[in-house]
Ligand binder design. Sequence first.
Ligand code: HEC
Ligand code: HEC
Length: 372
Amino acid sequence: MNLYLPKQVILATLLTTFLYSCSKGKSSPEEPTITPTPEETLREKYSKSSAQWPVAEWYKNIEIRELAALPKNPSNDKVELIALGKALFFDPRTGNGLKTCASCHNPDTYWIDQKTTADGIALHHRNTPSMENVWYLEGNLFHDGRAKTYREQIAEAINSPIEMGGNTSSLSSKLMSIPGYVDLYESAYNNKNMTIEGLLDAIAAYSRSINSGQTAFDRFVQGEYKALNDQQLEGLHLFRTKGKCINCHNGPYFTDLDFHNLGYAVTNKGALDNGRFESSKLEIDKGKFRTPGLRNISNTAPYMHNGSIATLSELVNLLSQGMPQKTDQQINGILSPHIQNLRLSSKEQENIIIFLSSLSSEPIKTERPILP
Ligand code: HEC
Ligand code: HEC
């Protein structure tokens, strides 16, 4: 009973204060009594399914595709076919005996060579792209999308005098004389009669089997809302809003699979690289390249189709200023209207770069095959 009275007193005091403030609120509207509900924090806004995230800043006429978790690779090739393709991928005899596919697409370094431009039989004018998730690129292979099929793309790599210097018209007869290859071929196709198409399809099957792994970003999208730290979360928001990156880098692989001119279409010899124009012959395609995916982007420097940009900070700084040209650099074609002066602060640029690091996965260890 002793405690009862003071409680009553407290309640009475609270009630008086409440009534007083209400009446005060009525007489002077400039002092509102209802405190507004605090705004959701950025983390609260993103701790939801991606369909409920804050609206992204899309340019007009862009097909809206939200960022998404890594999907399952739908390729369903026979293991024996993949095994034949893997042997060919690591075998210098697939080319002229000097280079293998893995000389440039090195599995220990995220399937790249870490060089500005590839170092083949001769010096290449383009940077080596990763092999991860290439199944997704069928129809648009190479930086300019000129190869529609794997057969086309792989035959070019083998025959190219700046890549492997090989010869697809004699490859099957050359390999038929190696009993181990006849066995591998027979397991893959139930047939000893090697054809070049059969060999190219095996390399394609192996290529399609190469994936990137799970990332912090994937865990975040799947509901583990602590998987991104505060800076990464800020970066994700900037990537979708002020940075405008999502307009081209979208979907589960962070690419629209479309072609854009970012103004750096030059070769390592300083000549203009026509990009998409080379295969389409359309004037509007001059200097356009396919939007690259961004998974494991922190692990695959240098950047761009020509490896001309060494670091992510250099690139994001240029993007922030609308890709200004370097001294003496000429622009080939017309800069994309979606590349603009965004004026991202250095802190904002840093947050975007730290967000990009959440797209990294552990390298998947690849055993070298025993060659026949
Ligand atoms: C000398 C280094 C080198 C060798 C050897 C090489 N590649 Fe490449 N690869 C490249 C370069 C450079 C490109 C980009 C060329 C371009 O866009 O014009 C590329 C592109 C590709 C692509 C397209 C990826 C994309 O993002 O569009 C695939 C797939 C590929 N190579 C697989 C292979 C296979 C399979 C072999 C072996 C038969 C091979 N490469 C041999 C350097 C090499
Ligand atoms: C207009 C479309 C577009 C926009 C907007 C855009 N990009 Fe890109 N991005 C591309 C294209 C196309 C390339 C390849 C250009 C080349 O190879 O010359 C590229 C290249 C890159 C690369 C190098 C990838 C590699 O493997 O070499 C990174 C990283 C990148 N962009 C990040 C971003 C970020 C971060 C933003 C936002 C600040 C952004 N991009 C905005 C289209 C775009």
